[in-house]
Structures are given as C-alpha cells and as structure tokens.
Design a protein around this ligand. Structure first.
Ligand SMILES: NC(=O)c1ccc[n+]([C@@H]2O[C@H](COP(=O)([O-])OP(=O)(O)OC[C@H]3O[C@@H](n4cnc5c(N)ncnc54)[C@H](OP(=O)(O)O)[C@@H]3O)[C@@H](O)[C@H]2O)c1
Length: 369
C-alpha cells in the first residue's frame, strides 16, 4: 500500500487491521471483531498501535443505544460511531505531517471520548492533543485504566470540590474507576475517606485505601448522622435535599454521573441551595486529559495503584463490556489488545478482577509472554 504524503511510519503498513465494529444498536455480543482498512493519520493526527483499552459507560450506552436521550448524540436509528472505545494506551506507529509532540515509537495514552472514539481496535488515529506520553514504569494496562476515571476523580475532587488537607471525603459509587483512583487522590490531601458501594465491593474499597466503607443497600449515608466536607458521586440517585444533610457547613457535593433526572435537579437547585445553606452543589463536565500531570506525579511517587479488572483478551471484549454494564466489575475493566513481550514501560499493576471473575487473563506484557 502506498504511504500517504507527510506521514512518518515506524511499523510496516498493513492493508487490514482488527477492530470491533458497531453496525447497529444491541447487546454487546453483537459487536464483531472484523478486519478493516488500517487508518491513515491526517496532518494533526497520530496513528496509535493500541496495546490496551478500557471499558466505559460511553461504550455500554453507545453499543446498546440506551438511554434513548443519548440517541441524538450517538445517531437516531444507527450508531454514527463505527468503533467504540474511549481510552487507549499504545505506541505511536506513525505521525501526520503537522504533529510536533510525538514521534514513532513513543508510548502514549489518552481519553479519546471527544476525539471520535475507536479504541476497540488494533490501530486508531487520534489528534495529538488527546494523547500524553506515558510515565516510565507504567504498563499499558494501567495506562488504559487511568485517563477517563482519574480525570473525573481529579477534576471532581480538586477543581470543583476544592479539596483541602485533612477534610472528610465520601465517594458514592466508589467501586469503579473513579472511586478506586479518587481515594488515592484524596489521600494525597490527608483526607479521611469513606467509600460507598455494594457489599461485594467493600473489600476492594478497603484495599484501594478507603478508611471507612458503607454498603449502600444496608445503610443510607444521608441518614446516618455522619457529615462530610466533600461528597463525590458517580451514581447520583438521591435528591440534592437529602445529600445536603450529609454535608458539613461550607461543604460541597460534586456529581460526575448518574440518573439524568437527578443531575438536572442538581443543576437547577444548586443556586437556591447555595443561597440558603452556603453549601455547594455542582455537576462535573469532564475535560478529557486535563490534569494528567498530577496523576503522573502520584504514579512516580508510588502513590497511585490502578485497580484493574482483567485484563481481558481482545476476543473477550463483548463479555468484558457486559461484565461492566451489569456492574459486576471492581475498579476499571481493561482489555489487552496486543500482548507484547516485556517492554521498558511495563511493570506489574494490580489485577483485582482475576479472581472475582474466575476467568482467564489475557496474556499481557506483564507476563512477559
Ligand atoms: N461528567 C462527565 O462529563 C462524565 C463523562 C463520562 C462519564 N461520566 C460518568 O461518570 C461515572 C463514572 O464512574 P465509574 O466509571 O467509577 O463508574 P462505575 O465503574 O460504573 O462504578 C459505579 C459503582 O457504583 C455502584 N452503584 C450503583 N448504584 C449505586 C448506588 N445507588 N449507590 C452507591 N453505589 C452504587 C456500582 O456497583 P453496584 O451496581 O454493584 O452497586 C459501581 O460499583 C459514570 O456515572 C459515568 O456515566 C461522566
């Protein structure tokens, strides 16, 4: 195949590569691993050879076309996006003529949810602005687990929540990526941390670093009488008035997701609540990849450990997506796209989900296979 003008290539150009194609809305099992033409980077794009990807709410909602309120975004009758996948970690294979920050061979990762998705594939073209160089010592599986959830947690706790040293922090719906990474960010601020999730996830929460844990099916944190300086919510399911009871004077509530009705209610009531109570309520709009330097700082200081559910082999991606959608996961669901021999970037992460799922792990770079 002739090379496009202006693109610098490292790997050999292939005519076809593998990708999970979404041709219609439906259950995750209808995603099919197919051969597609290898993408070619535009001037400002980087062609990434994907080593690992992670599963997100975006993928679950996009694949099924649910909730219906997302259809104007995804495509009314058929999905506009052909390949889901919002987080990637891999090596730069080629760069477009106007790319200045990367060169072939660089280990990179990023949240590509606002850059066209496409991470459930062996190769994806990504604008260079959506990528960051991986810190040394980070495995591709860890890197895939980080950008989306860590930025939701960091922007929620630091930018909107304005976390301060020694505060009492509660994370509701803490058993996924946001909670298990968020607690480690909160610990950097010497916070006293409480994690809320279902009973079978509480041990994971303790191991991720939470000082206290609550099973939400047994206890409602808004009715216990305990109060917090900052509540970060991934699953807004309660009315803002009830949340208010759990906030200390001057406290803040930041939600990153959950019921659309509750999110709208929070946006509408926030000004009134602030006026009446001097407590803050905010809904986070994620700015992808903004603030990853802080995560690198934690990682390099040995203060950040990814809780990885998996990694699953690429062929099991539909099952991994279902595992996530049915909330059986703990931490981040990660998929190894291309197992590689040991690489200077790759060291062991924490693989929580192996036992929980009782399944097979992908042969990953961590195995040296
Ligand atoms: N703001 C933005 O711009 C933006 C962008 C992208 C994504 N998001 C949202 O950000 C969130 C991402 O968080 P994540 O990836 O950490 O989520 P996650 O992996 O889905 O984890 C959420 C956890 O909450 C638990 N849970 C469910 N219902 C609960 C309840 N009523 N009370 C307490 N816990 C409950 C779930 O476990 P069980 O079901 O077993 O209880 C699960 O362990 C999602 O809501 C996503 O939609 C926001």
């Amino acid at each position: 195949m002739p090379e496009p003008p202006g693109a610098a290539w490292l790997g050999s150009r292939r005519s076809v590569v593998k990708a999970f194609l979404l041709t219609r809305y439906g259950p995750p099992e209808q995603l099919r691993l197919r051969e597609v033409p290898q993408p070619v980077p535009e001037d400002h794009e980087v062609l990434v050879e994907v080593r690992a990807t992670a599963v997100n709410d975006w993928d679950w909602c996009l694949t099924r076309g649910r909730p219906w309120s997302y259809r104007p975004l995804f495509g009314l009758f058929r999905p506009r996006v052909r390949i889901p996948g919002a987080e990637v970690a891999g090596r730069v294979d080629a760069v477009g003529s106007a790319v200045g920050r990367f060169e072939p061979g660089d280990a990179v990762y990023g949240d590509i949810s606002l850059a066209g998705l496409g991470g459930f594939a062996e190769y994806v073209c990504v604008p260079e602005t959506a990528l960051t160089r991986m810190p040394r010592g980070m495995s591709f599986e860890e890197a895939a687990a980080i950008p989306h959830a860590a930025m939701l947690a960091a922007q929620g706790l630091i930018d909107l929540g304005r976390i301060r040293r020694g505060q009492r922090i509660l994370i509701n719906g803490a058993g996924g990526g946001v909670g298990t990474l968020g607690v480690q960010i909160a610990r950097r601020f010497d916070a006293e941390t409480t994690g809320v999730d279902s009973a079978d996830k509480l041990e994971t929460l303790r191991r991720a670093g939470f000082d206290h844990v609550i099973d939400y099916r047994q206890e409602d944190f808004t009715e216990s009488g305990e109060t917090y300086d900052l509540v970060l919510d991934t699953k807004s399911s309660r009315s803002p008035w009830r949340i208010l009871r759990a906030l200390n004077p001057g406290g803040a509530y930041v939600t990153v997701g959950g019921s659309t009705f509750r999110l709208l209610q929070t946006v509408c009531l926030a000004p009134l609540i602030s006026l009446l109570s001097h407590k803050r309520m905010q809904v986070l709009a994620l700015k992808p990849n903004q603030g990853l330097e802080f995560i690198h700082e934690l990682f390099e200081a040995g203060e950040l450990r990814c809780v990885v559910d998996g990694p699953y082999p690429l062929t099991e991606l539909p099952q991994a997506l279902r595992h996530f959608g049915e909330a059986r996961h703990k931490g981040k669901v990660v998929v190894t796209v291309r197992p590689q021999p040991r690489d200077p970037h790759e060291l062991t992460g924490s693989h929580e989900g192996r036992a929980a799922r009782g399944g097979r792990r992908a042969p990953s770079s961590d195995d040296g296979s």
